[in-house]
Design a protein around this ligand. Sequence first.
Ligand code: PMP
Ligand code: GLN
Length: 390
Amino acid sequence: MKTSSARIQGLGTTIFAEMSALAARTSAINLGQGFPDTDGPDFVIEAAVDALRSGHNQYAPGNGIASLRKAITDHQRRFYGLELDPDTEVAVTTGATEAIAAALLSLVDPGDEVIVFEPYYDSYVAGIQFAGGVRKPVTLRAPDFRPNLDELRAAVTARTTAILLNSPHNPTGTVLTRDELAAFADVAIEHDLVVISDEVYEHLTFGAHRHIPIATLPGMAERTLTVSSGGKTFSFTGWKIGWATGPAQLVGALLSSKQFLTYTSGSPLQPAIAEALGADDSYFAQFTRQLTAQRDQLCDGLRDIGFDVFVPEGTFFATTDIRPLGFDDGVEFCMALPERVGVAAIPHQVFYDDIDAGRPLVRWAFCKRPDIIAEALRRLKTLPDLGRSC
Ligand code: PMP
Ligand code: GLN
């Protein structure tokens, strides 16, 4: 009996599930998988309850309910000045994950090459593999994790069809500047490439760093599928309401495969996320203020313990180098940490083809309550002694 296809070879179990299971088994504080430990706003929950009680419980249209598609286009206009047709240029998906997978399945043929940052979010690897494509990494290296634009240009071949961009970037926290985005836009235009831009952390930027959608750059709206979701912005990661926006031709292509993956999902949650997207400016400001405080609390604490800390410009993840504490392999470190110290984190290494570039790096999530972060830091204080005894 054949029990697996070539399409799933080497995918294993996602590190997020693995580390969350380990955290649960050992009752460790989970600074691994990126999910908040508090719910999003009450008015959004109330909207979902109303929808559940008022008959929004059957299939939604395959491209999403009209009020959510309109809310998405209003959001893109309000924050970025992008004009989109809610009927043809928006698709609601089962999280950003499905939008990315459907985009890859619909746009990439076997043998086509996709340029993608490494460390890469793990579902990109799976999505490219499902489509039969080949990933061409552009590596973001410590300490600054900026893209090397010569490496980007060198990655393009006659088989390149797409760039899969992610900014703010998970796991490094890099937020691409306008100049960096312009370099990607130049390459995309020169080589006639489609860009799939994963912007799920669009509202999670700190200080002077601001998210700029690549679709706002000249010549890019017509070749970009922009992907986001309600998970991070509104702290409802379990709802899996995502979307893609872009030219009708690309959104239509995405829907061709999306309709046969899930067709549709989350009927009563769609109107609630529509409400959420209309939240006033104070919601977004307060959310960023709170996350900034948690970022600083975690980064300062990790630095005090002795890690080299790379303070993120965006996302809710901080990266550290573990070598100053006497460790050198992030996978070994993260596999032992829950049991030994009672905290879970994510090794960067699993997101690289260039294993050495990620080996000593570990990612910590700070979308957790300040008292939880404080307790995690208290537990981690025993690490310097453990490191020396290794
Ligand atoms: N892209 C990135 C970069 C992510 O970190 C995540 C994690 N949530 C996703 C996509 C998936 O988003 P969703 O939960 O909306 O599917
Ligand atoms: N995006 C989340 C993270 O990076 C994980 C989501 C998942 O488990 N698929 O932690």
